[in-house]
Design a protein around this ligand. Structure first.
Ligand SMILES: Nc1ncnc2c1ncn2[C@@H]1O[C@H](COP(=O)(O)OP(=O)(O)OP(=O)(O)O)[C@@H](O)[C@H]1O
Ligand SMILES: [Mg+2]
Length: 167
């Protein structure tokens, strides 16, 4: 774990699809209204798969969660609301401002998960969990969780208690 000015990190290696599901569920179970998750990772790295698992942990049917690449955002409201964005088609922060989705970065009545979060600036965001997925090979990924803000520090601590081996 890297600890730096309140930024906590945890890094999982050799994560297969099932491991991705466990990580996502564990995160999803611990989310509350107002939480923001920023997902980074190349095409096909597993951002949507992870979002499905987060949804599952939140009590949402994972099969209903579809990639919002074309519509920019889907909203699932079976339980705790999930705002699921995919910003692949946007070029930069200006595009994001024009999209009108900015307000959803501070959701008041649900949780927001953003795929391709590198399209937006983190400068004005006080609290978020940033998850970066990197390819190790076809079947395995490394998954780095980085917390900004006390809430997500605690979430990372609780994931530690579950233990790296579990994933
Ligand atoms: N360890 C793994 N974790 C996640 N996905 C994996 C893993 N191993 C293989 N895969 C496969 O990689 C693909 C990941 O697709 P997914 O749609 O989640 O990626 P994405 O990052 O959302 O892509 P995009 O950038 O197009 O939105 C799936 O087909 C999945 O089965
Ligand atoms: Mg996706």
């Amino acid at each position: 774990m890297g600890e730096m000015k309140g930024l906590k990190e945890i890094n999982f290696k050799n994560v297969d699809v099932e491991g991705m599901r466990r990580i996502g569920c564990e995160i999803g179970k611990n989310l509350v209204e107002g939480d923001l998750i920023l997902l980074k990772g190349d095409l096909g790295s597993g951002k949507t798969i992870l979002t499905k698992a987060i949804a599952e942990g939140m009590g949402i049917d994972r099969n209903k969660v579809k990639s919002p690449s074309f519509v920019l955002m889907n909203i699932y409201s079976d339980h705790l609301k999930l705002y699921h964005m995919d910003l692949y088609r946007l070029n930069d922060e200006d595009d994001f401002i024009s999209s009108g989705l900015m307000e959803f970065l501070q959701p008041v009545d649900g949780v927001t998960v953003v795929e391709w979060a590198d399209r937006i600036s983190k400068m004005k965001l006080n609290e978020f969990l940033e998850i970066t997925i990197d390819f190790e090979d076809e079947e395995r990924r490394s998954v780095r969780l980085r917390a900004k803000g006390e809430r997500f520090d605690q979430l990372i601590e609780s994931l530690f208690k579950v233990g790296d081996d579990e994933f």
